[in-house]
Design a protein. Structure first.
Length: 176
């Protein structure tokens, strides 16, 4: 746009110089041959200025349209960014839950191994200790609970990954 304004200024200055030159010729020549030429030059200058003003208006309109498109793209990107940030936060929470369940599972497996070791030692010595059997069974139950919780966390993660692919949720009627 600065380039158009500069061209307009230069053309106007050139037309002014031409007009001054025509006036000088008409004064020094005595006759009035510059009258129609000056009028023609003024008409050309006005037409050129009008054409340049139209081009300037078109460029301003195009620039405004481009700014509007840029704003729309930025708004759209901001919306996508917020959606992705929410998705990352949700998946991070799911991963944290799964990590906690996995830690719990490892802890109970270690306890189960210890109980089994104690039972094996007691059996090797030929003694049966019911409290060791009870502890081993309780530890095994805790291991099964931890395993089930870890699987539930993994299923939640899978559902979260598949949910966006399923599309919009529709309510299912319970009338059947």
């Amino acid at each position: 746009m600065d380039n158009i304004a500069e061209l307009e200024r230069r053309i106007t200055a050139a037309l002014m110089r031409i007009g001054d030159g025509v006036e000088t010729l008409s004064v020094s020549g005595g006759a009035d041959p510059g009258g129609p030429v000056a009028t023609l030059a003024d008409g050309v200058a006005e037409a050129e200025i009008a054409r340049l003003n139209e081009a300037l208006d078109e460029e301003r309109m195009l620039s405004a349209q481009l700014h509007e498109r840029l704003r729309a793209v930025r708004d759209q990107d901001a919306g996508k960014r917020q959606g992705l940030e929410a998705e990352v936060e949700r998946l991070t929470k799911l991963l944290d839950v799964q990590g906690l369940e996995l830690h719990r599972l490892k802890k109970t497996v270690v306890g189960l191994r210890e109980q089994l070791r104690l039972m094996t030692e007691a059996q090797a010595e030929g003694r049966v200790e019911p409290h060791l059997i009870n502890k081993a069974m309780l530890t095994e139950l805790e291991t099964l609970r931890a395993l089930r919780a870890a699987e539930a966390a993994e299923l939640d993660e899978l559902i979260a990954a598949l949910d966006p692919l399923a599309g919009p949720k529709e309510e299912v009627s319970q009338d059947a």
